[in-house]
Design a protein around this ligand. Structure first.
Ligand code: GLV
Length: 326
């Protein structure tokens, strides 16, 4: 029997790739960088399934370039803001994603960023490696306490709630903004709801956990930074464009907030000459919050499962556009 044809836009962990190869005739883009859009347009022609990453632009034009054969798009990520979901739905193409499996790993990482920023760990490491450590300093690299501080979570879904659990272990007070959760969950996590402005005004740490949509693009801009406490710290593990980078630069430079720790930037990757990279109070890492060995393997497996279901014409176990099923 002829196997369905699938394109995988990067080398993903073996756990997923082996599973994909077992059910499909799979071509894999071997480059370290994403395939250029023009290449994708060519590759997609006549495909049955596409395994994508958040670095690929998957729009209506690309879907149409498949020529009507595309039965499933399976993305190895929970976020799908790179995919035109409405266009996929219009064309009857289900889009898979990987929610749940990366929640704890991403919350671990967001909390690590919070701690690294609060206690200036990266600055400390640079200081030592630069040979500047000549004595114990009574005011050296003074940071911010985590225990007893208030953590404001913008977005209180799975990962936001994961942050709340961790914060409780550190004796933090937890606030959240966004759609309200049921009373039981809020009570269990000791989280109090606030509107966005109240949360920004009251929090010592503000951590972003919203998907990127039209409403959340540049949700954090000049006005919002002005509302934050001068000693406050921003953590972004959501999507880069949730923060206006120009406004963040100004806020950090002018001391309107103390520090930012970013796993995601706008654009990605951040250019080496971006002004944010000149600031000591801005810690930036390359979008690695879900990158543990176990979790990336689980994400790849889940992407393979979604792909397989879609190729068989079955409902995807995790579908980002369930409306496609009517
Ligand atoms: C990572 O950012 C993801 O959306 O999975």
């Amino acid at each position: 029997m002829v196997k369905p044809r699938v394109y995988v836009t990067r080398v993903i962990p073996d756990a997923g790739l082996e599973r994909i190869r077992a059910v499909a005739d799979a071509e894999v883009w071997e480059g370290d960088e994403p395939p250029p859009y023009e290449i994708l347009l060519e590759k997609v022609e006549g495909l049955d399934g596409l395994v994508s990453l958040l670095t690929d632009r998957i729009d209506a034009e690309l879907m149409d370039a498949a020529g009507g054969s595309l039965r499933v798009i399976s993305q190895m990520a929970v976020g799908t803001d790179n995919i035109d979901l409405a266009a996929a739905t219009e064309r009857g193409i289900p889009v898979g994603n990987t929610p749940g499996v990366l929640t704890e790993t991403t919350a671990d990482f967001a909390f690590s960023l919070l701690m690294a920023a609060a206690r200036r760990i990266v600055e400390g490491e640079r200081y030592v490696k630069a040979g500047k450590w000549v004595t114990w300093g009574p005011t050296l690299l003074m940071g911010h306490d985590i225990h007893g501080a208030t953590l404001g979570l913008i977005g209180f879904g799975r990962i936001g709630q994961g942050m709340a659990k961790r914060a409780r272990g550190f004796g933090m007070r937890v606030l959240y903004a966004g759609p309200s959760v049921d009373e039981g969950t809020a009570r269990e996590l000791h989280a109090e709801r606030r509107d966005l402005d109240e949360l920004l005004t009251e929090s010592d740490f503000v951590s972003l956990h919203v998907p990127l949509t039209e409403q959340t693009t540049h949700l954090m801009a000049d006005r919002e930074f002005k509302l934050m406490k001068p000693g406050a710290i921003l953590i972004n593990t959501a999507r880069g464009p949730v923060v206006d980078p120009g406004a963040l630069y100004r806020a950090l430079k002018e001391g309107e907030i103390a520090y930012a720790a970013l796993d995601v930037t706008e654009p990605e990757p951040i250019p080496v000459d971006d002004p944010l990279l000149t600031l000591d109070n801005c810690l930036i890492v390359p979008h690695i919050a879900s990158s543990s060995l176990a979790t990336r393997s689980r994400m790849a497996t889940m992407a393979a499962e979604n792909l397989e279901a879609g190729l068989k014409g079955e409902k995807l176990p995790h579908c980002a556009n369930p409306e496609v099923y009517g």
